[in-house]
Design a protein around this ligand. Structure first.
Ligand SMILES: Nc1ncnc2c1ncn2[C@@H]1O[C@H](COP(=O)(O)OP(=O)(O)OP(=O)(O)O)[C@@H](O)[C@H]1O
Ligand SMILES: [Mg+2]
Length: 279
């Protein structure tokens, strides 16, 4: 008997996505829950210096790995509960697979409790510090160029199978270098297989996340619209500052209450290219 005759035919895209995710989870478990040995870093090779961020279950430090400046994200639940260790592993395994100029570069990780740490390239600024930290001049061209960087990162993330939905787009989760290049960081929510639909940062959450209903990568498009508006207004979301004319159409389309009506990041990238020409 032909094998195809014995297999159920699956047509529902949501079902296919679920099976793909299960398959991915299995692969992770087979990897031993410890991650590939190729990227494990002995904790003794790290020189941890001053704290630069963090909250929740992790703190981020500046430091050195064998003489190279790096960022070190340490998980610190003193009990090292199974759930915390699992969340750490999921975040490491998500980031370890990503390679893109606009995604924070993973370098390695200390995977042996109680020393759980993720080592990445160090970036001098966060988008939050650029927006609110001082007298940084942000003209229209810089705003559009930064938006392009973000759109490129998300074309990449959303085109992976299964798609990586970040779910926590906000200024603190983007890093900026001295040439104004922007990179996305913090895959805590993206990788957390137990995270509730309702988890996230309220001002950036699409309506479908509030309803705890089914959602997809278009929740990132909605949050990007909020962020783009914030880049222009330089005030926390929804403070009523008028939109920059050339970008107002993009922002409104990202905010569509119907997720399927929102543009993809590929379309957003094209729209930004057009906007850049008119500046
Ligand atoms: N590679 C890096 N270079 C410079 N600063 C960084 C880097 N990674 C993180 N940071 C700083 O640390 C802050 C917190 O990092 P991150 O968002 O990964 O952790 P978190 O918000 O505590 O994570 P979670 O929400 O998953 O607990 C960032 O907002 C940023 O200011
Ligand atoms: Mg964060």
């Amino acid at each position: 008997m032909a094998l195809s005759g014995t297999l159920p035919r699956i047509k529902d895209p949501a079902e296919i996505e679920r099976i793909l995710q299960e398959n991915n989870e299995l692969k992770r478990q087979i990897a031993g829950g410890g991650g590939s040995t190729s990227y494990q870093i002995p904790y003794e090779e790290l020189e941890v210096q001053d704290q630069i961020g963090g909250g929740g279950f992790s703190l981020v430090y500046r430091g050195f790995w064998r003489g190279t400046p790096v960022a070190i994200k340490k998980w610190f639940d003193p009990n090292h509960s199974d759930q915390m260790v699992q969340e750490f592993r999921e975040e490491v395994m998500t980031l370890a697979e990503l390679r893109h100029p606009n995604v924070m570069q993973f370098l390695g990780a200390c995977m042996k409790p109680p020393q759980l740490a993720m080592v990445t390239e160090h970036m001098p600024f966060s988008l939050h510090s650029v927006l609110y930290g001082g007298q940084v001049d942000l003209d229209k061209r810089k705003i559009v160029a930064m938006a392009q960087d973000i759109a490129r990162a998300f074309i990449y993330l959303h085109s992976r199978r299964p798609a990586i939905v970040h779910r926590d787009i906000k200024p603190a989760n983007f890093l900026v270098d001295r040439a104004w290049k922007v990179k996305v960081c913090d895959f805590g929510l993206a990788s957390n297989s137990k995270a509730q639909a309702g988890a996230g940062t309220p001002q950036y959450m699409a309506p479908e996340l509030w309803e705890n209903s089914h959602y997809n990568e278009k929740v990132d498009v909605y949050a990007f619209g909020v962020l783009l508006n914030e880049l222009i207004a330089r005030e926390p979301p929804f403070s009523g500052v008028p939109l920059l004319e050339v970008l107002s159409d993009i922002i409104k389309r990202c905010w569509d209450g119907t997720s399927s009506a929102r543009p993809s990041f590929l379309q957003i990238s094209e729209l930004l290219k057009e906007a850049a020409k008119s500046l």
